[in-house]
Each structure stands twice: as structure tokens, then as C-alpha cells.
Design a protein around this ligand. Structure first.
Ligand code: MCN
Length: 786
């Protein structure tokens, strides 16, 4: 890694300060919060994928404890989705009214003194459902014979889109090589360590509803709760305690959380719901579920000439507030050409309603599927042309001299040397050595494969990007307050939220660097809407850019003021003053920051004439031109596949990545490694399958497999540093890249192991069954096991 010198703590491997409490039981997660008189909620959920809701009968002994849509109180269902006339609306009801549209949809909320009692009541509630035909497959849902999810819609499409450029018709006639494939990335859940949860109560002293919520976006949640309940926002106070992971899933409140807030108002006592893991699998946010039908056109030297086809996203039954389900298709289509020079493009997207749980954001949003699709096609093209897959990438990657480069899908790749990063990955995985090993064969008969994938990760985009998406909430900026207290210690208040990614540490590194003070004097605060400045929370790998930018801006202004006060007190020239080692220094004179802060607060008569005393600065931040940045990386995996059982072992995994200037390399390594682990889950293990009746068939960790330590190899990470021009330090986001690149690299490696057989591996997770079926279809019969 080569990084600009002279940036203080920027680039330092500072240990994560939040880990001490997280690892020693000192943290407060949602389920740790108990309040006097608190009641617990259990939900009655639909057992049918699609049905008319005829009636709900509560047991006589549970009178006053069972709430349905009819007696929840005066609530306002939030309309979700982009501000587009062509988007068909399907607001997600807090509790079902006349119809249920997926297994697990909440129908009634049962309240009792304990969760166990609430669950007993829920078990005793009778729900009368008249079953309707269900559709779970997105392609079937788009056929004329399908049942309709929403009666007023002409078909089951939420939204259709098209991205096109160049002359596809001419290319179709003339292209020397073409590869057509159908690819599928199946449905997953977000599987954060801590489930969702909410505690709500009315605080008469402050005349407000207090909502503890395990969330990534406290202010957005506040806005949603206020609108749902018809309360002014000043009467809704959202507090995020420690959040044990979110991976995008906690970015948006779900109906159960809204219901708990409504119950707290209705019942006048604290009410809590803590999601259990089965509820998480059934009805928390689902993700991915993409289908691609694509044709790649190329010349015989491997130069990609064009890409066309369809992207279908199975979005489930309802649109989750605020953005609805369209981000998947939008990000997938715009990132499908990746960092490749592709001049002809014709891609159609459709986001489809089915009788599955609604989808939302999960690490990578749209891009793991897009990366999987294009990177599989690149490898298949290499096979067709008899080329080394890496060579096809070398031919097509955008070069450093072409930056900034606008792709055919209108994405502006800002800075970077993608080709150099590819060469790093090739060296790290030692491609020649792997090829030699393949040629030798394995003593145990397993087959070795090596796979690469390249991704460009859109991070930290400003208001123009969100306006382009017609987003109903444009999160293109964020804000910070930096406040020095009378003893010289500092509060950094930020509108974003840390839910595991280490921001308490990295944002303190930024503030300490800018102010010239020791990190130990800085407290980073987030997650309390009564305390922090307005902001949009954490998603889209935006925090280091937005919160980092806002904090740096506020700190610079505060530093200037501190220098002016210090110089005045020292009778020195403010132009010559700076902060070093906890003091304002001007030439040979200095005054401790604690003295400056104390005087500013308590002895304002000593300040420069007319200067306001308050040592507090707030700042907004949005990245400069070109309004957003792309980090990128190359993943390389080596696998050994057992052709008799379909078991895949990942032998080696290397990532060469570039997220611009790095704030904390240790944390960035952790982000990459964690993301790759999740990507391995996508590639090989994780899926929420539904049967033909719309019943999900993986609702425990017994059926929904996540990679654990034995399945995740020692991942090696290296960084190149190409600073962004649009951000404060040249930093780019990094939180999602690991999850974006891994599925394609792993599946490409498996495909490489069977390159000569013609077997097709185009669906994730590539379970042993799918792998063996692919070999069967290719009529590949492994030799006798040695
Ligand atoms: N970082 C850095 N230098 C950079 C970029 C980032 O040191 N150039 C550091 C950051 O300061 C931060 C971390 O890396 O500590 C991730 O930063 P960033 O890329 O800005 O992403 P966000 O902080 O906005 O985090 C969100 C991102 C996303 S979208 C998901 S999903 C995600 C993730 O990061 N969910 C996570 N990482 C996660 N990590 C954990 N442990 N748990 C989750 O739920």
C-alpha cells in the first residue's frame, strides 16, 4: 500500500475502540433493554403464501391482548418507492387487512407480560384464511397465466427499465463470437448476528414517544414512525443502542417495528419485540433473487463488443418504505458492464411481485448479482475462444489513462488503475503455479480450479445520483457537529450510524487528525435523534466519505477558531498559530487546548472582540465533482472440487483492492474479509428456497447454511491506493466490495475445474446437488475415486 504521507492518524492501524465493550459483554444491544412494566409482543403470521383473510379470533382469555389492523389505532400505511409514474405501488401493511401475500406476513400482534406468554396467545389465535393460487417464481409471475398479487395492476411488474446504447442490431448480425447464458442468484437473508428489535414507550416528561430500535438509520426511521403514527417528528425520539450488525437489512424499519410503536401509544406502557431467528428467515428483509438472460458479443481476440438481455428481480409481495424494491434492478443493470469497455448495450429490467417476503438492501445491493453475471460470461467467453480468462479481462479493462471513464451504462468510473490491480491479484494467487498444479492432477482425485472476478463498487454518491434514481428520500449529503467541552475534550456527533464496521474508531481518527489532538480526548456519538445532527445513517458504503467529510469540515473550522483564540491569548499572529500536542502553538509560545476551551466557555471577556464563545461547529458534506466515487477490486480463488460429492473446498483466496486513501488498514482488511465470507455464503451455501406452494423451506440454521470458520480460508488482502479527487482525503467506500466480488470468483473457480467438460455453473448457491447435476447434464462421469 502506498499512501500519501503527512495525514496524521489517517492510515494508522488503530485498534477498534468499540471492541472492548463488544467483546467483554459491556455493550447494550436491543434485547438488553428492559423497562419497568414492559410488555412483550409475539406476532401471528400467515401460514399461507396467498389467501383472503376472512377473520381473526382471539381466545376469550386473551381479551385486550390481541391486535389486528382493525384495532391497532389510527395509523397511516407508508407508501414506498421511487417518484415515478410507471412504478406500481404496493404499500406494505403493518398488519394484514383483507389479504396475505407471503408466508410469515404478520396478521396480529399479541401482547403479554413475557414473550413466552405472548407466543402462547399467538398460538391460540384462530386465523381464517381462504387460500388463493400463489406464484413464487418471477418468470412464472410474468406469464399471462399467473395469479395477480395486486388486483389493480395489469400484471405483476413493479417497474420495467431499459439501458441501451450503441447499435445492437448491427452487432447481432456481425459479431464473430457470442455467448448466451441464463444465470441465477438465489434469495438470501441478511443474517446479522443480532436480530432486529424494538422497544417503545411514551415519555410524559419529554412528551415524546421513545423508540429504541436496532437500526442503521435513526433519522429516517424517526421520519417513518412519525408519519405512520401521525405524530410531529419532535415527539418521536429514536435511539439506536449497540447494533450487532445490519448488512443493509436494518436500514429500513419493517412493519413489525411500526406495530410495536403503535402499541406503545395504545397501551401506555413500554412494549418490546425482539425478532427470533425463525422470524428473521421468514419475514425480515430478503435479498438478491436475480435472474439474468444475457448474450455477450465479442471478436475472436476476446474484445467484448456488446451485451444484451434481461434482468429479472423477484422482489416479493410488497414495497418496503422508503425506497421500495427497485434499487436491485437499477444497480444491477448500471453495474453489469463493470469496468469493461463495452460500447453496445441493450438491457431490460423488470422488478416482479411474487408471493415471497419483500426484498430490501443486503450488502452489495444489486451488484453481487451483476458481478456474478458479467464475470461468468467473461469466463465463458474465454472458454469459447480458448483463451486464459485473465487475458480476456486484460483486453477489456478500462485503462488508467482513460479515467475518468463513462461506461455504456452511464456510470462514471472516477479514478483507478484496474489493470494494475488485476496483475497484483494474478501474482498473489500465482496463476502459473495453479495451472501447473492443475496439469499435474491431485492425488485424491479432486479437481483444482482458479477463478477471478473484478468489480467496481459505486460508493458515496451525492444528491445528483439519488435524484437520477427518483428516490423519494435523497440521501446525497450528511452532517456532523464537533463540540469542544470546557476541558478540551471533544464530542463528534454524526448523523450516520455504526453497526459493526468500526466507525467509532475511524471517525475519531479523522477528528484527531484534523484537530491535532489525541484520539483519547474524542468521543464519537451517533444513534440518538435527540442528540445528533440530521443524517441518513449507514448504507451504500457511504459513511467514511460523508461522515468523514462532514467531520473534517467541522473540525477545520473549529481548529481555525481555536487557533484564533489561542493566538489572541498569546498575543500572537493567528496566521502563525496551529494545534500540536494538545496545545495552540504560535512560534515558541503555546497554550494548552484545555485552557483555551475553559476560557472560551467561562471567561468570554478574554476572547477576541466580537467572537462568539461557543466551541461548536456543524457542517454538511457532499462529495465534490464528479459527485461520487468507485472503489474496485479483483478477487481470485483457488478451489478443490470433489467430483463425486460436489463438495467445494476453497484452498486459497486473494483480494487486491483499491478504496482510495485508507483511514484504517486493519479495519479495511476486516471489512474485505467479512464481505468475502458473506460472498462465499452466496456462492456455495445460503438460500431461502420456496416450494411450489410458496412455503419457504429454510427457516432455521439447520437448513439455511452460512459459512463458518472451516469454510472460510485465510483470505489475503492487498491494497493499491488511488485517491479519489471528489472526497476529503481521497477515500472511497469499502464496506460492500468483499461481498460483491466473491460469488463470481468462487463459481468461476469451480467452472474452471471442469473447463474441459462443458458443464455449466450459472446458479448460486452452487450446492453439492447443483454441482453434481451440472456435471450430469454435461454427461461428465468422474473416474473411479483413487
Ligand atoms: N474505511 C477506511 N478507509 C476507507 C474506507 C473505509 O478505513 N477508505 C473504514 C471505515 O471508516 C469504516 C469501514 O471501513 O470503519 C467501512 O466504511 P465504509 O465503506 O464507509 O462503509 P460504511 O461505514 O458506510 O458501512 C456500511 C457498509 C455496508 S453498506 C454494509 S451492508 C456493511 C458494512 O459496511 N455492514 C456491516 N460493513 C459491515 N461490517 C460489520 N461488522 N457489520 C455490518 O453489518
Amino acid at each position: 500500500m502506498t499512501q500519501r504521507p503527512g495525514l496524521g492518524l489517517i492510515g494508522a492501524r488503530v485498534p477498534r475502540r468499540e471492541d472492548a465493550r463488544h467483546l467483554t459483554g459491556g455493550a447494550t444491544f436491543l434485547a438488553d433493554i428492559t423497562l419497568p412494566g414492559m410488555r412483550e409482543v409475539a406476532f401471528v403470521r400467515s401460514r399461507c403464501a396467498h389467501a383472503r383473510l376472512i377473520g381473526v379470533t382471539a381466545p376469550a382469555e386473551a381479551e385486550g391482548c390481541v391486535f389486528t389492523a382493525a384495532n391497532l389505532g389510527d395509523v397511516h400505511v407508508l407508501d414506498a418507492g421511487p417518484e415515478l409514474e410507471t412504478f406500481r405501488r404496493a404499500p406494505y401493511p403493518p398488519l394484514a387487512t383483507d389479504r396475505v401475500r407471503f408466508v410469515g406476513q404478520s396478521i396480529a400482534a399479541c401482547v403479554a407480560a413475557s414473550r413466552a406468554q405472548a407466543e402462547d396467545i399467538a398460538d391460540a389465535v384462530q386465523v381464517d384464511l381462504e387460500e388463493l393460487p400463489a406464484v413464487v417464481d418471477a418468470l412464472a409471475a410474468m406469464s399471462g397465466a399467473s395469479c395477480k398479487l395486486h388486483e389493480s395492476w395489469p400484471d405483476n411488474a413493479y417497474l420495467r427499465g431499459r439501458v441501451a446504447s450503441g447499435d445492437m442490431a448491427a452487432l447481432r448480425r456481425s459479431a464473430p463470437a457470442r455467448i448466451s447464458r441464463q444465470l441465477k442468484m438465489n434469495r438470501q437473508v441478511t443474517v446479522h448476528l443480532e436480530g432486529r428489535g424494538v422497544v417503545a414507550y411514551w415519555d410524559p416528561r419529554r412528551d415524546e414517544l421513545v423508540i429504541y430500535l436496532s437500526t442503521q438509520s435513526p433519522h429516517t426511521a424517526r421520519h417513518g414512525f412519525a408519519r405512520f403514527l401521525g405524530l410531529p417528528e419532535r415527539k418521536v425520539h429514536v435511539i439506536a443502542p449497540d447494533v450487532g450488525g445490519g448488512f443493509g437489512g436494518k436500514g429500513r424499519p419493517i412493519p413489525e417495528e411500526f406495530v410495536v410503536a403503535a402499541l406503545a401509544l395504545r397501551l401506555g406502557c413500554p412494549v418490546r419485540w425482539v425478532e427470533d431467528r425463525r422470524e428473521h428467515f421468514l419475514a425480515s428483509i430478503h435479498a438478491r433473487d436475480h435472474y439474468y438472460d444475457l448474450t455477450l458479443y465479442a471478436d475472436r481476440q476476446g474484445r467484448i463488443l456488446g451485451l444484451e438481455g434481461d434482468i429479472v428481480v423477484n422482489a416479493g409481495a410488497y414495497a418496503l418504505w422508503p425506497p421500495g424494491p427497485v434499487g436491485e434492478a437499477s444497480l444491477a443493470v448500471r453495474n453489469l458492464p463493470g469496468p469493461y469497455r463495452i460500447s453496445n448495450l441493450d438491457l431490460n429490467t423488470v422488478t416482479v411481485a411474487t408471493n415471497k417476503a419483500p426484498i430490501g438492501a443486503y450488502r452489495g445491493v444489486g451488484r453481487p448479482g451483476a458481478c456474478f453475471a458479467i464475470e461468468r460470461l467473461v469466463d465463458e467467453l474465454a472458454n469459447e475462444l480458448g483463451m486464459e480468462p485473465v487475458d480476456v479481462r486484460r483486453v477489456n479493462l478500462v485503462s488508467e489513462s482513460e479515467m475518468p471513464y463513462r461506461t455504456a451504462a452511464d456510470q462514471l468510473l472516477d479514478t483507478g488503475d484496474y489493470r494494475a490491480t488485476l496483475e497484483h491479484a494474478v501474482r498473489m494467487i500465482d496463476l502459473d503455479q495453479v495451472r501447473r498444479r492443475q496439469a499435474r492432477g491431485e492425488a485424491d482425485g479432486r479437481r483444482i480450479g482458479v477463478g477471478f472476478s473484478i468489480y467496481a463498487e459505486q460508493t458515496g454518491h451525492g444528491t445528483a445520483e439519488w435524484a437520477k434514481r427518483n428516490a423519494c428520500i435523497n440521501s446525497g449529503y450528511d452532517s456532523a457537529i464537533v463540540r469542544m467541552l470546557p476541558d478540551g475534550s471533544v464530542y463528534v456527533l454524526t448523523g450516520i450510524q455504526s453497526h459493526g464496521q468500526g466507525l467509532e474508531t475511524t471517525l475519531a481518527q479523522i477528528a484527531a487528525t484534523e484537530l491535532g489532538v489525541d484520539m483519547s480526548s474524542i468521543a464519537v456519538r451517533f444513534g440518538d435523534t435527540a442528540e445528533i445532527p440530521f443524517g441518513f445513517g449507514t448504507f451504500g458504503s457511504r459513511s467514511t466519505i460523508f461522515a468523514g467529510g462532514a467531520i473534517a469540515k467541522a473540525c477545520r473550522e473549529l481548529k481555525e477558531k481555536l487557533c484564533a483564540i489561542g493566538a489572541h491569548l498569546l498575543s500572537a499572529d493567528p496566521e502563525r498559530a496551529t494545534i500540536a500536542d494538545g496545545a495552540v502553538v504560535a512560534g515558541s509560545a503555546s497554550i494548552a487546548l484545555s485552557d483555551v476551551a475553559r476560557i472560551a466557555h467561562f471567561r468570554p471577556e478574554k476572547l477576541p472582540p466580537g467572537m462568539p464563545a461557543r466551541l461548536e461547529v456543524s457542517a454538511d458534506y457532499e462529495p465534490g465533482e464528479p459527485g461520487g466515487v468507485f472503489s474496485y477490486g479483483v478477487h481470485a480463488a483457488v478451489v478443490a472440487v470433489d467430483p463425486w460429492t460436489g463438495q467445494v473446498e476453497i484452498l486459497d483466496y486473494a483480494v487486491a483492492e483499491d478504496c482510495g486513501t485508507i483511514i484504517n488498514p486493519m479495519i479495511v482488511d476486516g471489512q474485505v474479509i467479512g464481505g468475502v465470507a458473506q460472498g462465499i455464503g452466496t456462492a456455495l451455501y445460503e438460500e431461502i428456497p420456496y416450494d411450489e406452494f410458496g412455503q419457504p423451506t429454510a427457516t432455521t440454521f439447520g437448513d439455511y447454511l452460512v459459512p463458518c470458520a472451516p469454510e472460510v480460508p485465510a483470505i489475503r488482502v492487498m491494497h493499491t491506493v488511488t485517491p479519489a479527487t471528489a472526497t476529503t482525503y481521497g477515500q472511497k467506500g469499502v464496506g460492500e466490495g468483499g461481498a460483491i466480488g466473491a460469488p463470481a470468483a468462487v463459481v468461476n473457480a469451480v467452472a474452471d475445474a471442469f473447463r474441459a467438460t462443458g458443464a455449466q455453473f450459472n446458479e448460486t448457491p452452487l450446492t453439492p446437488r447443483r454441482l453434481c447435476e451440472a456435471l450430469d447434464r454435461a454427461q461428465f462421469v468422474p473416474e473411479q475415486r483413487p
